[in-house]
Design a binder for this molecule. Structure first.
Ligand code: PRX
Length: 643
């Protein structure tokens, strides 16, 4: 058996624009051959029988059927011979003076095995769901990989969500275990994480057998001996060897919840084989990672970016991947750049919202650091505006480092449209060209036909499967079909609108559905409305996004109150509290306007287009209001708007 002694092979790494064009042409003319060649560079316990089977009607997509693998063998075991002592994860703590923790590939392998053994002992096996509610600490990375090692399905919930949101996610997937920390150190704050888990348990998480608690700060917590166990007491004495479970390529690797245009977040399902291949392939090509480089993605592992590009992609490629516990502005707005200098970071990946926030704090915070090790800087999560792009290029990239603006989604598993390091043409605010194997197209809104040629504009769709695409939404395949595969028959619909320029480069315009993007976090307007409506005196609400200097979009809520007199300032506070309780602080409205009525069509639908214009203070062209049931509502909304 182990086969890991063979030299580690990696997918093709494109190194010129000509090569990109050649590889791209091959990847779309013979997709199965192309992906099979790339997949052959990994370690499979058993090679697959059939590369691809698909239809976008049911939908049903299967890559590498019959193949057996374990992603952690590819992330860890196969690197041991060549780079066992190289840093796999470098953890930079919240407090600048606290010790950095470095885990070599050998150490990470041992820790993952120990935790995997502990999970086994606690009754977790293949297919069981384990929920995570943790800060950015090494134990999060270790125990997520430990799940993958034994074939358990991880469902990481961002530790800023509320107890209710956590309970909803635990219950949707019938998780057996929650792994959490006692506290989360973020800037000057010490956030009680375990307390939120206690509250979720009190709300009701009947399938949870164990809450495994990682001691992060050692602060006081309450303890329920019927299910609470200390992580270290279960893990420390375990053996550092653990046979990896052989998974089918199409077995579920993880679930990750994300918001859509309907009320309830959906559990996006990713499977083992295709996700492994595509995260590695895209990481290697977009960031142009070279052996020995230090790569840093500032995302949280609670989001897809952290899954694919802190953990899996980099580790599959034998990279050194940094994890940062803190926030960009603590102890001051130079923290990111101080970390880049300190660790000689070569590839840096962050979100436009962070760039805008730091830009607003003044150039002196970035100018004083040596950023000469940077080779590629990346952006993800929302459209990057021109000003932020130029600042990033000039101040961080010092006008020599390429920006990769990476467009993708929780559902796509990996980066879809992006520059490849320095090898693609650059154009501010344009994500650029599709990665090899990715076949985007723009579809006319009215005609539902592909808008061919350059330039073009329309709904951004993808017409051919790629290895890391979502397979379903957990427990509700119909929802997956309706959300992604029915708007444009025969295609995957992203929910975004985009433009293609005369050279074929793509620019993402933004969501065309009822999803807003607040600081790079996806929020469904219906989800926020449902939360607001929980307030006992609220009759109805409508939520829209509006342009926000730092967050990209802010949340604007129009609220109708029940009869009687109200202390509106107090009610505003209560509404914010209700949203925090139902979803979490990331969803709290920035502006709340009390209204008597919402503009509605004759069929009773809220006309959000008008609400969006009023929230953006774009009153010149409100569009056609003649179909409204109550045009007078518009005037009073304009008069009372919050600007
Ligand atoms: O609207 C697009 C926007 O973020 C959405 C996906 O959000 P999420 O699933 O949370 O994943 C974020 C991280 C991959 C997309 O539908 N988006 C993401 N990246 C970009 C972007 N919009 C413009 N440019 C991007 N680079």
């Amino acid at each position: 058996m182990p086969v890991y002694n063979q030299p580690v092979k990696l997918p093709v790494q494109i190194q010129s624009f000509d090569e990109y064009q050649e590889v791209y042409a091959h990847s779309v003319s013979k997709p199965e051959n192309f992906w099979a060649e790339q997949a052959d560079t990994f370690y499979w316990r058993k090679r697959w029988d059939k590369t691809l089977e698909w239809n976008f009607t049911d939908p049903d997509v299967k890559w590498f059927q019959g193949g057996k693998l374990n992603i952690t063998e590819n992330c860890l075991d196969r690197h041991l011979a060549e780079r066992g002592d190289q840093a796999a994860i470098v953890f930079e703590p919240n407090e600048p003076g606290d010790p950095v923790i470095t885990l070599s590939y050998r150490e990470l392998h041992a820790e993952v095995c120990k935790t995997a053994n502990a999970l086994h002992e606690l009754g977790i096996g293949k297919g069981d769901r384990v929920c995570f509610y943790m800060p950015m600490v090494p134990e999060l990375a270790i125990s997520v990989l430990a799940c993958a090692r034994i074939g358990a399905i991880h469902s990481v919930v961002f530790a800023g969500f509320s107890a209710q949101a956590l309970a909803d996610r635990v219950n949707d997937a019938d998780c057996k275990m929650i792994i959490c920390s006692d506290y989360n150190k973020r800037g000057a704050k010490n956030i009680p994480v375990k307390q939120v888990v206690d509250e979720a348990m009190a709300i009701g998480c009947s399938t949870i057998e164990t809450v495994l608690v990682h001691k992060n700060t050692g602060g006081d917590i309450t303890w329920d001996p019927s299910y609470d166990l200390w992580y270290h007491e279960q893990v420390d004495h375990q053996s550092s060897e653990c046979e990896a479970e052989a998974m089918d390529a199409e077995d579920v690797l993880f679930i990750l919840y994300t918001s859509g245009s309907t009320g309830k977040p959906k559990g996006i399902v990713h499977t083992c084989g295709g996700y492994m291949l595509y995260t590695a392939f895209s990481f290697l090509n977009v960031f142009q990672y070279q052996p020995g480089d230090v790569y840093w993605c500032t995302a949280d592992i609670g989001w897809i970016t952290g899954h694919s590009y802190i953990l899996y992609g980099p580790l599959l490629c034998g990279a050194t991947s940094m994890m940062f516990e803190g926030v960009p502005t603590y102890p001051d707005a130079g923290r990111f750049w101080q970390i880049c200098e300190k660790h000689k970071v070569n590839q840096f990946y962050t979100a436009p919202t962070a760039i805008r926030a730091l830009m607003a704090k003044g150039d002196e915070h970035v100018e004083k650091y040596d950023l000469s090790d940077l080779k590629v800087i990346g952006s993800v999560g929302e459209p990057i505006n021109e000003e932020a792009w130029e600042w990033y290029k000039e101040k961080v990239g010092r006008n020599v480092v390429p920006i990769v603006d990476t467009w993708w989604q929780t559902e796509t598993g990996g980066m879809m449209i992006s520059g490849l390091g320095n090898y693609s043409p650059q154009k501010a605010t344009f994500a650029g060209y599709p990665l090899p194997g990715i076949q985007p197209c723009l579809v006319g809104k009215e005609s539902i036909k592909e808008n061919k040629g350059n330039p073009a504009e329309g709904l951004l769709c993808v017409k051919f499967p790629w290895p890391s695409m979502l397979r379903t939404t957990w427990g509700d395949h119909e929802r997956c079909k309706n959300t992604y595969f029915s708007t444009v028959p025969g295609m995957y619909f992203t929910g975004d609108g985009a433009r293609r320029d005369e050279n074929g480069m793509y620019r993402i315009v933004g969501r065309v559905d009822d999803v807003i993007n607040v600081s790079g976090h996806r929020m469904g307007t219906a989800e926020v409305e449902n939360a607001i409506d929980e307030h006992s005196r609220v009759v109805e609400s409508a939520v829209v996004g509006y342009p926000h200097d730092i967050k990209g979009q802010g949340i604007y809520a129009y609220v109708i109150m029940g009869p009687g007199s109200h202390d509106l300032d107090l009610i505003k506070q209560e509404i914010i509290a209700v949203v925090r309780k139902e979803i979490g602080p990331i969803a709290k409205p920035d502006k709340i306007q009390f209204v008597d009525a919402l503009p509605k069509t004759r069929s009773g639908k809220i006309m959000r287009r008008i609400l969006r214009k009023v929230a953006a203070n774009e009153l010149e062209n409100l569009g056609d209001t003649s179909t409204l049931l109550n045009p007078e509502a518009v005037e009073s909304i304009i008069a009372g708007r919050d600007i």
